[in-house]
Design a protein around this ligand. Structure first.
Ligand code: SAH
Ligand code: F3S
Length: 458
């Protein structure tokens, strides 16, 4: 056999033996989806997914830079892989996502056993990057130019009846604390037809609920010809057979327009749920955060959303311990929560991110202990609000998309209501992926418990 033939037969043997990739995403839903898109590309080139890192030929971490803590978690996971790589030099280790984009050189310096560092805009080339890492040694792919091709094989996805759909990338805002515009770049919108086409393909493959993803999703379409809006996308996708629930994440309150709320109100499958991070309850802090709205404006948007979409559930992110946050300013966040009574809150301790305006201009002067106390205080307050709000639903009937066996008790089922309530019920595992009506009998802060209401056949 000639040398060329030997190379070819090795190549084809390699393509035929399915190698295994283990992916773990840290951070936000967008990271989670990008990891899936990378797996989709790899699967077109002979790779199969494994849920067991010990069994993997390639371990991919999709990293997050939003807080120091998110990065530390990845550093320690990478460190822990060092002995395994020594034992098994054929193992490939790849880092993708925001930390990879921001810190490629230092990742390779601190962790020389890493083979591949792929930023936030090159994951669609994952199969070629892996090949290059095998033949050329360490690869860095963090270029920010060019088109991010996110068309995917919709069959490669972790959940059968729910799916995320990326509609835009990056963010044009410059909130003073936020690293996202640095790691993910400016806003680029995905063509409208591509979004609708992907949802159609997902629906044909059994998906019932889609969640559009974008960092500032309510400005979707501003760079597209004809300037379609998120509302237009919701209306278009509502027409697709099989899609019964549409969600989207996340919206900067500054950019919420009545047109979006009206589209939600008019569209039967648009879930009555709006995640639009307030970040803080005090206008002075919001100003220091460069958020572009005041407490009063935020409350106006909440009132408008509830007027246009009766029954809508509101959710928020909140940051505690932003530089200079006084006790009185913190109290304003508490009172905002009491006034709005959110369905859900996500609380973060402020973490200075290198290069952001807040890190450069302000001293991180709230101690970690105070940040922790403030965070716990808000979580406890939300718990009491959630108990009350959930108990008000006892005796009512709600529509639930069943996920499957409950993670806490596999003998029962769990699912989600339109407003993102977790619902626990008894029923056959065959109901996974089905919409059912549930009579709520009991409620805690975390979940609603109920029984199936038989369909009347109407
Ligand atoms: N696109 C979203 C935010 C994305 S980042 C928006 O419109 O606001 C996700 C969340 O992480 C933010 O909402 C914020 O609450 C939190 N976050 C971002 N940077 C942070 C930092 N430096 N320290 C602590 N929390 C931060
Ligand atoms: Fe970050 Fe603000 Fe954009 S929080 S993602 S810069 S809207």
């Amino acid at each position: 056999m000639s040398e060329v033939e030997t190379v070819l037969s090795c190549e084809s043997a390699r393509a035929m033996v399915s190698r295994k990739v283990f992916v773990e995403a840290f951070g936000c839903q967008m990271n989670f989806l990008d990891g899936e898109l990378a797996v989709s590309r790899l699967s077109e080139h002979g790779w199969a997914r494994t849920a067991d890192p010990e069994d993997a030929d390639l371990i991919l971490f999709n990293t997050c830079s939003i807080r120091d803590q998110s990065e530390n978690r990845v550093w320690s996971r990478l460190g822990a892989l060092r002995p395994r790589k020594e034992r098994d030099p054929g193992l490939l280790i790849g880092i993708m996502g925001c930390m990879a984009q921001r810190d490629a050189e230092s990742i390779l310096r601190r962790m020389p056993h890493v083979d591949l560092v792929c930023g936030t805009r090159r994951f669609h080339e994952m199969h070629t990057l892996v090949e290059r890492a095998e033949t050329e040694g360490q690869v860095i792919a963090i270029e920010t130019d060019g088109f991010v091709d996110i068309v995917r094989d919709v069959r490669v996805r972790p959940q059968r009846h729910r799916a995320y759909v990326s509609v835009m990338r990056g963010c044009d805002h410059k909130c003073s604390y936020c690293i996202v515009p640095t790691t993910r770049g400016v806003q680029t919108d995905r063509p409208f037809e591509d979004v609708v086409d992907e949802v159609r393909r997902l629906a044909e493959d059994g998906v019932r609920e889609v969640t559009f993803l974008g960092q500032n999703i309510n400005t979707y379409g501003r760079y597209l010809p004809g300037r379609p809006t998120l509302g237009d996308a919701i209306r278009a996708v509502d027409q697709i057979d099989g899609i019964d629930r549409i969600r989207f994440l996340t919206s900067n309150p500054m950019d919420i327009r009545d047109e979006l709320l009206e589209a939600m109100a008019e569209t039967p499958s648009a879930a009555g749920y709006l995640h639009f991070p307030a970040q803080h309850g005090h206008s002075d802090v919001l100003r220091r955060m460069f958020r572009g709205y005041s407490r009063e404006r935020y409350l106006e948007v909440c009132a408008k959303a509830r007027e246009v979409c009766p029954g809508i559930e509101l959710a928020t992110d909140l940051i505690v311990g932003f530089p200079g946050e006084t006790e009185a300013e913190f109290e304003a966040t508490r009172s905002l929560m009491e006034e709005v009574r959110f369905k859900q809150i996500y609380v973060f301790k402020y973490s200075p991110r290198p290069g952001t305006a807040a890190a450069e201009q302000y001293v991180d002067d709230v101690s970690d202990q105070t940040k922790r106390e403030r965070k716990n205080e808000l979580l406890a307050l939300q718990d009491s609000i959630s108990v009350e709000r959930n108990q008000a639903l006892v005796g009512t009937q709600i529509r639930v998309l069943v996920d499957g066996p409950s993670p806490r008790n596999a003998a029962r089922l769990s699912g989600r209501a339109e407003g993102q309530h977790m619902v626990i019920l008894d029923g056959s595992p065959d109901l996974a992926g089905e919409f059912v009506n549930v009579h709520v009998e009991r409620a805690t802060a975390a979940a609603l418990y109920g029984v199936l209401v038989p369909e009347t056949g109407a």
